[in-house]
Design a protein around this ligand. Structure first.
Ligand SMILES: [Zn+2]
Ligand SMILES: [Zn+2]
Length: 828
């Protein structure tokens, strides 16, 4: 079998992708007797186009799936789509130019379903074009009936365990999306703003406070100073008049007021920030919510009613100025909390919301997190810090439309809650009848819950969805593994990016602990982001632009793109660097060309025929053994980058630069070599090339499959390199002595090449005598490799020199000096 002259990824990659799908080699359960290795694939949010950041992190995880498959595992590698909730609603609003309020709930949900399906088809085609080895029979979406049922089942289980409560409480609120949001959905941003110095009055005396939120003046319910602040000690306990609005508020002391900040005097509103909420709770203050749920002022702000908060701010500032109550203004930039989905500044609201109680079990959550093996290790700290700093229980209700309904009804008379029955799931209480006709407590009528759940309530169930938790065909028994210390793990691997540690990783751990008393996964593999040249994160919400992943694959091939994705260490943010793409391209070309040569020399290979291994053959096999071990350890630890580095060093240097050059004449069956030694070289070459392809296969599945199929597949009796077994070098390939001798041979060759380079002749230039200065021990090893050293040097003679002159060059190995006596062929 001869390899064609060139390899064309544009032709080969789609061909292999189609073949893999037809032959079903990635099907879960293809090898039912093997142990399961289960991967909790991140379901991408269906909220817009795929971006290059997806490619980056999905490839890194997919490499682990391919590696584990070669390691003999029955790999469960599904694909999911997170297509419910706010992100998908916003996509529909943006693309179709409508809101739910305009078209009605049913029509809107239908539009969401249709549009997300369109995107999912596109997504699937894209992932195929990248050669992702998922089992498409195992795909799910978080809005499908099974996912909804599992999500509602999880909610009901938490409810029965006393973990769910409803409370009229201050809630983080997005005025743009008109819904409550969770702490995890809040992001920091820097906004330009203005500090206004505003005068309150007490007995005709000015009390100046500084605020960036003058529109909250009508929401003011008190003023605070530090108890040690001498300036205000005399007025604590008295009342001040709120400017413009003219009503009185109490002046109080609290050590959360910072005397160093501004005038040391602050106003407390309903609610500017979390300190306001704390004061409101601790001091039992009034509630004055002046904003409606869309950010407009209400009747508590007479004269400003109906104005959006920014307009109200402007008008109030003007009016303060007109009344002589504005004493200064200073532009600033400051950190504000924004909603991560839309970038709008967060407000607070007081409303009845559903919560999952988590603040009392922070320790349990942190402990469960500590039993996950995090890669890279420092990511665990991010998780722990997040949990330690939680200030809110998990608000799980959303005042939206497209999502998983909260499965219950409430008595309109006494507030008794009636839960949906298991046989009703999945249920939409606004459509379905409650399991009982009337309230079991008072006979009152039952009102359906209209809120839907936070999307994280469902995506935190992905291990349950993968396990078919309490469904027909429940896989818990097959998947769950124990560590022998009483800890049980639902799945093997969770790959995800670092920005969702505080959401997806955190919520999944909460669910696994509360619903099942288990730890969700043994390993968490946390990837970094792709940064724009200006170092901003490339993501769907901001648009991938010129870095459209399809364009990148078209230009750079799937293997080249995958190589780039694996060119930095796990967890590290990266850039779109040409160097990495170019290195990937070079590797593809080199693999092809080296294979073309090697396969040409192995046409008559017979692995059973008698063979004699030379020292160099044994050196190559010893290097191969060490490399395979290193690569396996690295892949096992999710360090694909180190695995590739080991494989590439072996391939480029040991195999191509040295072994093939040294063994060339033997491989050609030149005079002076018998058949057994030729077969020895063939054997070493065969093993080295096959193992190289296998080590590279997880990262570059197409080129390796192509070469493997053209030569190795038939001989190895395996359909695809991706279900072939990981190289398992016999013990006797590890050979310290051969390694040592081989290194000496490399030193001599290096010296010879240096000498030629100094003389500015080609590496193939003929040499009369190759002279080596070394100790007795080294010479005893070098001498038996004479014929191969002469071959590679194109030299007539190899001698040990006693004396040295300026023509000798030093080599990598201390004490070995080499001189090459060049033959002038210019006359000939
Ligand atoms: Zn929002
Ligand atoms: Zn009742």
């Amino acid at each position: 079998m001869k390899l064609p002259k060139r390899y064309d990824p544009r032709e080969a990659e789609p061909r292999w992708q189609q073949r893999w799908e037809e032959t079903g080699i990635f099907k879960f359960g293809r090898f039912p007797d093997r142990p399961v290795y289960s991967i909790d694939t991140p379901p991408p949010t269906v909220s817009g186009a795929i971006h290059i950041g997806h490619v980056f992190s999905y490839v890194q995880a997919e490499v682990v799936a391919r590696f584990q498959r070669m390691r003999g595992m029955n790999v469960y590698y599904p694909f999911g789509f997170d297509d419910n909730g706010l992100p998908s609603e916003r996509l529909v609003e943006k693309e179709k130019g409508v809101t739910a309020a305009e078209v009605g709930r049913d029509k809107f949900v239908q539009m969401c379903l249709e549009l997300t399906k369109e995107y999912e088809t596109e997504f699937k085609d894209f992932w195929r074009s990248l050669g992702i080895s998922v089992d498409w029979n195992e795909d799910y979406s978080t809005i499908d009936p099974v996912s909804q049922r599992i999500s509602q089942r999880s909610f009901l289980d938490l409810y029965k365990k006393g973990r769910v409560y409803r409370k009229e409480a201050p809630t983080l609120w997005c005025p743009e999306c008109h819904t409550a949001i969770a702490q995890a959905e809040v992001e920091d941003a820097e906004h330009a703003s203005v500090f206004y110095d505003v005068a309150f009055k007490i007995d005709g005396r000015d009390l100046i406070i500084s605020t960036t939120r003058p529109e909250l003046l009508p929401a003011c319910v008190g003023m605070f100073a530090h108890p040690d602040d001498e300036r205000y000690r005399d007025i604590v306990g008295q009342k001040a008049t709120v400017p413009i609005f003219g009503y009185e508020v109490p002046i109080m002391a609290d050590d959360k007021a910072d005397p160093e900040k501004g005038t040391g005097l602050v106003m407390c509103c309903t609610f500017g920030d979390t300190t306001d909420i704390a004061w409101w709770q601790e001091h039992g203050l009034d509630t004055r919510l002046v904003l409606d749920d869309q950010g407009h002022m209400n009747e508590l702000a007479p004269g400003y009613e109906g104005l959006y908060l920014k307009k109200a701010r402007k008008k109030i500032v003007e009016d303060l100025e007109g009344a002589g109550l504005l004493r200064g203004e200073e532009p600033i930039t400051h950190d504000v909390n924004v909603h991560e989905r839309c970038g709008t500044e967060i407000e607070f609201s007081v409303a009845s919301q559903w919560f999952v109680r988590v603040l009392d079990i922070k320790d349990r959550i942190i402990e469960a997190g500590s039993k996950v093996s995090w890669h890279p290790e420092f990511m665990e700290v991010r998780f722990r810090n997040w949990v330690e700093n939680l200030k809110w229980d998990w608000c799980v209700s959303r005042q939206r439309y497209y999502g998983v309904p909260i499965p219950l009804w409430t008595c309109s008379s006494c507030g008794e809650v009636v839960l949906a029955g298991e046989d009703q799931l999945p249920v939409d209480p606004t459509v379905a009848a409650p399991p009982v006709e009337a309230c079991p407590e008072c006979g009152g009528s039952l009102e359906p819950e209209r809120d839907i759940m936070d999307t994280w309530m469902t995506s935190s169930c992905t291990p349950f969805i993968n396990l078919k938790w309490r469904e027909e065909g429940d896989r818990t028994e097959a998947f769950v593994k124990s560590d022998g210390d009483g800890n049980e793990y639902l799945m093997d691997l969770r790959p995800q990016a670092h920005d969702i540690i505080r959401t997806w990783a955190y919520y999944t751990i909460v669910k696994s602990v509360l619903n099942e008393g288990k730890i969700p996964w043994r390993k968490a593999m946390i990837s970094g982001h792709v940064l724009h040249p200006d170092r901003a994160k490339i993501s769907k919400s901001k648009g991938g632009g010129a870095h459209s992943p399809s364009a990148v694959i078209e230009e750079r091939s799937a293997d080249g793109t995958r190589y780039w994705a694996c060119s930095s260490r796990l967890g590290v943010d990266t850039m779109m660097a040409d160097e990495a793409f170019d290195a990937g391209k070079r590797l593809v070309v080199k693999l092809w060309n080296a294979s073309k040569f090697a396969i040409g020399r192995m046409e008559d290979i017979d692995l059973e025929a008698p063979r004699e291994l030379s020292t160099i053959d044994r050196w190559l096999l010893a290097r191969l053994s060490a490399t395979v071990e290193r690569a396996a350890e690295s892949y096992e630890a999710c360090e694909y980058h180190a695995a590739m580095e080991a494989a590439e060093t072996f391939f480029w240097h040991d195999l191509c630069d040295n072994f093939i050059e040294i063994a060339k004449k033997r491989l050609y069956g030149d005079e002076g070599y018998d058949d057994a030694t030729r077969r020895g070289a063939q054997f070493a070459l065969y093993q080295a090339l096959l193992a190289t392809l296998k080590m590279v296969a997880p990262v570059m599945p197409h080129i390796t499959e192509e070469i493997h199929s053209l030569f190795f597949a038939g001989r190895e009796g395996v359909e695809s390199i991706h279900i072939s077994s990981w190289p398992d070098p016999p013990k006797d390939w590890s050979d310290d002595e051969a390694e040592e001798s081989g290194q000496l041979a490399l030193s001599v060759i290096e010296g010879m090449r240096k000498a030629k380079s100094v003389a500015k002749v080609s590496v193939a230039a003929p040499v009369g005598t190759l002279s080596v200065v070394c100790d007795d021990d080294a010479w005893a090893r070098i001498e038996p490799m004479r014929s191969e050293l002469l071959d590679v040097s194109n030299a007539g003679e190899l001698v040990r020199a006693e004396t040295r002159d300026d023509s000798f060059v030093e080599t990598d190995r201390e004490g070995v000096l080499v001189a090459a006596e060049l033959i002038d062929t210019s006359e000939a």
